[in-house]
Design a protein around this ligand. Structure first.
Ligand code: PHE
Length: 519
């Protein structure tokens, strides 16, 4: 039990109707902070040791200026006294002489009031102030008197001491202000005891065994108390952006590809995409190969043969790579280096589904792996956003249009396309976006039209074209959440609080802005 609690309980111990009339007065007389008294009172009241009734006390407090008047007299009296005491009283005193004697502040207020009270006049010619009161006539310092009366009245009920005109004069001169103080009158509660006994919160096995529970007093249930916040899971910023991208792509009619397999064969990751087996990206320096199981179990054999032929001798107008295609190389397992490995499988399925090819739009947003050296913008695992449209007679214009629509929906309206090279697309274009915050063009994606060397072996009809693009999920997320080091976004150095506090992700589309302008 705290000292404050026991001092309250003992103050009430005298008789059943002992009272602490005002907690504030009690606090100051026992030299304790009033807040501490109130805190203890509330706690004691919760267990019915005391009963509290609210008090509201109004009283005037004197300003610093008023305190100085009580001590030295009002400014106007001080001006008058100075004039009377002046060595050449008939001549009066100039403003600067008065200020030198009494200080600027006193003269500023006192001069006006003494003129108003007709205690002094101002000589027009000399500008000097002269007293009009003969020396020896006693002038009442009304202001000082009223303030002194207020100050000496018992605190807590000084509001009735003065008549209304005096009160409003003092208020007008900002010498007093009304203050309301909240405090409590304290009496014994139904469970008053001079000593507080801590109530038990739980019924224990020991209490049951010993029978002590019978004379233990228990805390009452508080049905209104709120439980501790449970917390919960939070979406990582990457997942927030992913959710938003997914929504946008679905709105655009894209269907999500099953990207849940991270391990792929080199066949799907590279060969099916007409990436030559001698391509440097297929080096262990750039790709994580799997040791166990090192090679894949099966690939569609017929399709494999057609891919092999395309690599070795060509077809569909192409002369191929004209080098030996090795099965062993195609079978090697790896952590997929891009989600285009899945695009390839989806297109193969599309070409070979019962009923034949149907136009389709696919997308995926998932993890890929590259054996790269890590720095502020590169990790060896990251996420790719990939999209493709397969339909008859698509053109590069369709690709540019689709990309523009997608980026407009995430708030990037200025795009530039730059010719590039990918083994599986022709033409290929890098996509640059103007970032209004960063005020510069940044590379935001890669795209192209899949080559006939890739599509023909799958068995897609001759006129079917596939436009496709890919970008990282990390780059737009870092821009959106203003994170400048990728290691603060992803990986073991990430601050969990960042995930918890990251706001929801919303992309203002151009349409949204136009909508807002119409309103
Ligand atoms: N696979 C490419 C990459 O990893 C992206 C891409 C996808 C390019 C589809 C063209 C077409 O960068």
């Amino acid at each position: 039990m705290s000292d404050v609690e026991s001092s309250i309980l003992s103050a009430l111990s005298g008789s059943p109707d002992a009272t602490i009339a005002d907690s504030f007065v009690f606090a100051s007389s026992s030299n304790v902070d009033h807040n501490a008294i109130v805190g203890s009172c509330k706690s004691l009241q919760a267990d019915a040791y005391v009963t509290l009734s609210e008090l509201s006390t109004q009283f005037y407090v004197l300003s610093a200026e008023a305190e100085s008047i009580v001590e030295h007299g009002s400014q106007e009296i001080r001006v008058l006294n100075a004039l009377l005491a002046a060595p050449a009283a008939e001549e009066g005193m100039s403003l600067s002489e008065l200020e030198a004697a009494l200080g600027k502040d006193v003269v500023k207020i006192g001069m006006g009031n003494s003129l108003k009270n007709k205690w002094a006049t101002k000589d027009k010619a000399s500008g000097k102030l002269k007293a009009t009161i003969a020396d020896g006539v006693v002038i009442q310092d009304d202001v000082k008197e009223q303030l002194t009366k207020l100050k000496s009245a018992s605190e807590g009920n000084n509001t009735k001491v003065l008549d209304d005109p005096a009160t409003s004069m003092l208020k007008r001169r900002k010498l007093i202000s009304l203050v309301t103080r909240k405090s409590y009158a304290i009496t014994r509660g139904p469970h008053y005891a001079p000593q507080r006994v801590k109530k038990a919160a739980d019924l224990t096995k020991e209490m049951l065994e010993s029978g002590n529970w019978k004379n233990t007093s228990f805390k009452e249930y508080n049905f209104t108390t709120l439980g501790e916040s449970v917390g919960g899971g939070y979406l990582h910023p990457l997942l927030k952006v992913r959710a938003e991208f997914r929504k946008i792509l679905m709105e655009m009619g894209f269907e999500e590809m099953p990207t849940n397999k991270w391990v792929e064969s080199s066949f799907w990751n590279f060969d099916s995409l007409f990436q030559p087996q001698s391509h440097p990206a297929r080096d262990a320096h750039d790709t994580f190969f799997i040791k166990e199981p090192a090679s894949t179990v099966s690939i569609p054999e017929e399709y494999y043969e057609r891919v092999k032929t395309m690599h070795e001798v060509g077809g569909s107008g192409s002369i191929g790579y004209r080098c030996v295609f090795q099965r062993e190389e195609a079978m090697k397992n790896l952590l997929r280096t891009h989600t285009t490995a899945i695009s390839s499988q989806m297109l193969y399925k599309l070409a070979n589904q019962p009923g034949g090819f149907q136009p389709a739009r696919y997308f995926s947003i998932d993890r890929v792996f590259r054996n790269e050296s890590m720095d502020a913008t590169h990790l060896c695992e990251f996420h790719q956003v990939e999209g493709l449209v397969a339909d008859y007679n698509l053109s590069l214009g369709d690709l540019i249009g689709t990309i523009e629509t997608f980026f407009r929906k995430i708030g990037i309206t200025q795009l530039r396309f730059k010719p590039a090279f990918n083994p599986y697309t022709e033409p290929s274009m890098e996509v640059f976006g103007y970032h209004p915050d960063l005020k510069k063009w940044t590379e935001i994606g890669n795209s192209g039209m899949f080559r006939p060397e890739m599509l023909a072996p799958m068995g897609l009809p001759k006129d079917v074209r596939v436009i496709a693009w890919g970008l990282s999920l990390e780059r737009p997320t870092m821009i959106k959440y203003r994170i400048d080091n990728i290691r603060n976004l992803f990986g073991h150095k990430v601050d969990m609080g960042m995930t918890k506090n990251a706001p929801i992700c919303r992309f203002e589309t151009v349409e949204d802005e136009e909508e807002e302008m119409k309103v």
